[in-house]
Design a protein around this ligand. Structure first.
Ligand code: SF4
Length: 732
């Protein structure tokens, strides 16, 4: 590769080389060549043009921070935080910075691929877009004919373009969509919405007292929240943190409790008990804004701190003191709502308990408390999906009390596909979701995929799911696309978008183009709904808000800093059944659910086993971070955390390889002997142990949590429940 730098390299030749299928040259090193050339200003045919700044939005996690990309001569040199996007607190985290490598990754998908070997064998041939798209459309139409339109599953992850994919599913006529919340926030959203009628944001920056459990803010996802957590000021500022592990968040906390996994609800109910019993609740707030408080007092009578301490292993005196401190600091207090809530099968009711605690101290819709979600409305894009007769309801309809029509339940859906009941699902369209890696019980997911007659994956990299597909369609990366303008909720509502920093490399295409081409091939009726350009789509969305349009053009983001932050719901009807905050949920009672959260103990850890908990890392959170060379260098492997005393008991030393065996699978991991975890619990980071040899940096590294975790479900929302698995640890 170094020899290339000695040659005169035209841009045309650079791109020509880049697009060579089997070129040994890597895109990353071509960029190095261009950077070297850039220093001299002009070399051969390359004239260095001035650097331009392009506004875009980070896609490395769900916070979607604003980005300004430095682009010169068609090459992105650097990503910087966009200062206009105040929600990001003026930063791009390690993952955000490494986004450059998503585009310049030699492993990225470059051309449409068609499987030529056995499914999952990894043998492909390059195809033209026409051939690949024709094949996908033909298969979809055949499956519809054979099994009805519900015979095809459309699975997607959240993102700016997901809307177009879900639209294709709807226009195709399949009710079977599976979206990201069923593996993440579904139970959280359900629990809070049943109480407040909305999923709230936490005003962490202004909170005097924060209790955080079920979230590891310093290491997972939402970096600006982490900054707020550390930046918040005030003499009474306090962070109480519950986690079976001593994480980086624990290191920043005032108090850390290695709570027994699955018992958070006992702790919360005991806090409520103390506050109610001692009359420390906000009587005026409760009177004016809630219903069902009269039923709460008798309900929590038995949930004493002494009782809770036997469940959660936090001393009763500490529980009592924390309850008093929380009530004293109210209303500027947050029981942090968390992020991923797919932990235990009681998650919805646990979130209800958290919301009730927040309510009784009046910490709703006030500075430093929980705030209702708000977003800036844009003009929606309407479409008219064709009507098809004889399409049944979604496969797992009626299996969870509040199953989301659009999100579904991955766990239940997969079981139904394997049963073949109530009807067969034999086709699968996947847009950047990676169920092989992210749905517990990988063996079942692979079995489900093996029985599919056709699978198409649309992605930017050869994920484990794409590895199992018949056709793989390469999407352009977020730095190469113009994307739909997006309005985000939060404390300050934001509108942002993405402009292409460079043209899509190789033969990659934006999602909208792929959807349009498929629609065209499926039927004229379907295509009618896709006959627009991205520019027209965005123009339509912003037609009532020329101010936002201008802000996006000039600053890359629109932040509504004028919006009143607090008290916006006072005196107004909430989106609950009663219109008030529902401490007691009559709606739940009518549906046979506990109207107030009722605690049940988690299964005890069997002798000789450990409870397996999984989590994220600041450098490693999602599919896009998985094979990234920068991040991989920072974190090349996952390990198994085991407490020192247990390692000693088993005669295992730090750094040796161990076998981790659960009832459904087995993985080999390097042991990390540490004091930073409960002795009855082991931990591993999600995202390693891939099957796909197309992810060359990470292939063969670490172990896969989805191959160990048993598939349990949260019955109210249908969310997965990930922490019910016990494992044995032994030397390899
Ligand atoms: S928190 Fe980091 S990864 Fe997430 S959007 Fe912001 S910069 Fe990107």
């Amino acid at each position: 590769m170094s020899r290339l730098s000695e040659k005169t390299l035209s841009r045309r030749r650079f791109l020509g080389l880049s697009s060579c299928a089997l070129a040994a040259a890597t895109v990353g090193s071509q960029v190095k060549v261009l950077k070297a050339l850039a220093k001299t200003g002009k070399v051969g045919e390359v004239t260095m043009l001035p650097t331009k700044q392009v506004f875009t939005t980070c896609a490395m996690c769900v916070n979607l921070c604003g980005v300004t990309a430095e682009v010169q001569n068609g090459v992105i040199h650097k990503l910087n935080p966009n200062p206009a996007y105040t929600k990001a607190r003026g930063m791009l985290c390690a993952r955000g910075n490494s986004g450059l490598k998503v585009t310049y990754d030699p492993d990225r998908l470059k051309y449409p691929l068609i499987r030529v070997g056995e499914r999952g064998e990894g043998k492909w041939r390059r195809a033209s877009w026409d051939e690949a798209l024709d094949m996908v459309a033909r298969n979809l139409n055949q499956l519809a004919e054979k099994y009805t339109r519900a015979g095809v599953l459309f699975a997607s992850t959240e993102g700016f373009n997901e809307h177009f994919f879900v639209q294709l599913a709807e226009c195709f006529g399949s009710p079977n969509t599976l979206r990201h919340p069923t593996l993440c926030l579904a139970s959280n959203i359900q629990g809070y919405s049943a109480t407040f009628g909305t999923y709230p944001s936490a005003d962490i920056l202004n909170a005097d007292y924060i209790i955080m459990g079920g979230a590891n803010r310093s290491e997972a996802f939402i970096t600006p929240d982490t900054i707020d957590l550390l930046k918040g000021e005030g003499a009474r500022r306090k962070l109480v943190y519950l986690d079976p592990r001593f994480t980086k968040t624990a290191a920043k906390a005032d108090e850390w409790y290695p709570i027994k996994p699955g018992t958070d609800m006992a702790f919360i109910l005991a806090l409520i008990h103390v506050i109610v019993k001692e009359g420390r609740y906000d009587k005026a707030f409760v009177e004016a804004n809630t219903i069902g408080f009269d039923k709460l007092a008798p309900h929590v009578e038995k949930y004493t701190p002494e009782w809770a301490s036997t469940e959660c292993e936090i001393p009763a005196d500490n529980i009592r003191r924390i309850a008093r401190e929380f009530a004293a600091a109210a209303p500027h207090v947050c029981y942090y709502p968390g992020r991923r809530s797919s932990l235990f099968s009681n998650d919805t009711q646990m979130r209800r308990a958290m919301a009730i605690l927040q309510t009784i101290v009046g910490a709703w819709d006030v500075r430093g408390g929980l705030l209702p979600n708000r977003r800036i409305p844009l003009v929606p894009h309407d479409y008219l999906a064709p009507w098809y007769d004889g399409v049944p309801a979604r496969l797992e309809a009626g299996t969870a009390t509040y199953l989301s029509e659009k999100d579904g339940s991955w766990k239940i859906f997969r079981d139904k596909v394997l049963e073949g009941k109530p009807y067969p699902v034999k086709g699968m369209m996947v847009y950047k979701q990676n169920p092989v890696m992210s749905v517990p019980n990988r063996t079942k997911t692979l079995k489900m995929m093996q029985q599919m007659e056709f699978i198409c994956a649309i992605d930017i990299q050869m994920s484990d799911t794409a590895w199992m597909a018949d056709v793989v369609l390469p999407e352009a990366t977020y730095l190469e696309r113009e994307d739909p303008v997006m309005s985000f909720g939060g404390i300050l509502p934001v509108v942002t978008g993405r402009k292409p920093c460079i043209e899509p490399m190789f033969e990659t295409k934006p999602c909208l183009w792929i959807m349009q081409q498929l629609a065209k091939r499926l039927s004229d009726e379907i295509y009618e709904n896709f006959d627009f350009t991205m520019a027209e789509y965005n123009e339509h969305q912003l037609k009532m808000r020329p101010d936002i349009k201008k802000a996006l053009e000039t600053r890359g983001a629109y932040v509504d800093s004028e919006v009143p932050l607090y008290g916006t719901t006072r005196g107004k009807r909430l989106r609950t059944k009663s219109g008030k905050i529902e401490i007691y949920s009559a709606k739940y009672a009518e549906n046979g659910l506990d109207p107030l959260p009722v605690y049940t103990s988690p299964e005890p850890v069997p002798a000789g086993k450990y409870r397996l908990v999984v989590g994220r890392h600041a450098y490693f959170t999602q599919g896009t971070t998985q094979n990234n060379p920068y991040l991989h260098e920072l974190m090349p492997n996952n390990t198994l955390w085991l407490h020192t005393s247990e390692a000693r008991r088993l005669g295992l030393k730090n750094g040796r390889m161990v076998r981790v065996k659960s009832p459904i699978g087995e993985e080999k991991l390097r042991l990390e002997v540490t004091e930073k975890i409960r002795p009855d619990t082991v931990y591993m980071c999600h995202g390693f142990g891939v099957l796909s040899k197309g992810l060359t940096k990470i292939y063969g590294k670490g172990g896969c949590d989805a191959n160990l975790l048993e598939d349990h479900v949260e019955p109210i929302s249908g969310n997965v429940a990930m922490h019910h698995t016990f494992v044995e640890v032994s030397p390899v």
